[in-house]
Design a protein around this ligand. Sequence first.
Ligand code: SAM
Length: 273
Amino acid sequence: MKVATMAAQAQQLTVPTEAELLQGQADLWRHSLYYMTSMAFQCAVKLGVPTTIHSLGGAASLPDLVTALSLPPAKLPYLRRIMRLLATSGVFAADNAADVVTYYRLTPLSWLLLDGVAVDGHPSQTSIVLAATSRHCLEAAMGLSDWFQKDVVASPFEDLHGVTLFDESMAKHDPEVDAVFNEALASHDNSGFLTVLRECGALFQGLESLTDCCGGDGTTARAIVEAFPQIKCTVLDLPRVIDNVPADGVVNYLAGDMFKSVPPAQACAAPLE
Ligand SMILES: C[S@+](CC[C@H](N)C(=O)[O-])C[C@H]1O[C@@H](n2cnc3c(N)ncnc32)[C@H](O)[C@@H]1O
């Protein structure tokens, strides 16, 4: 760019006002600390706060939570900060009347985080939180600037850890975290599917065969066949997944690689990239 043009543009730049800069400073802190919301969220899930609020009848004060979760009483002020942050973010609801004890309640989001409780066909989604906030994902995210400067095509996750999610390599690298990711995938796949079947049933009318590519343990396919018994469903997934799924006589399970061959059917469900 020519020097004269740059100088002309610089003259047009408007410096923010003092009030705008102060707001910018507040926003800077907010952006720098956003990760604390994710970490507080993970903390509440690991402690079992949603399940505890549910088991206490749907509302719990901080002393209730400290007692039910067997936390050291000295941690109450810190729990207050976490709960206040999560209430502001919509994870919990808080009764905020002045000068009275605050009670925390579940929101639709935290209803999805009850251990062992499926709400209207939505299984517990705690594993999604644990997978998304796992050390593996956080480390990959922390390396983004390094990754941008490297001439690589692998994703930041693959580049850093040398493994691919939902692949044999991940299972060998860290079987425990691999299991959490697979659980997260299953609960995501199965969440809300009953609603899809209820609201979008017309999609399946008249269909006689369907292949669910990358269909995992077949929960989605089984729900389809239960609602539409005339559909012959095949679940295609990698051998390491299919080999662990017991035959159920409801759907046909096929071990294979979707990039090599997909069993023919009138409809095929496949993940989008
Ligand atoms: C992100 S995909 C799941 C997609 C999900 N069922 C959906 O429709 O959104 C992950 C699943 O794909 C399977 N998978 C990965 N590569 C595959 C391949 N080449 N052929 C078949 N299944 C594959 C994994 O084993 C895992 O169960």
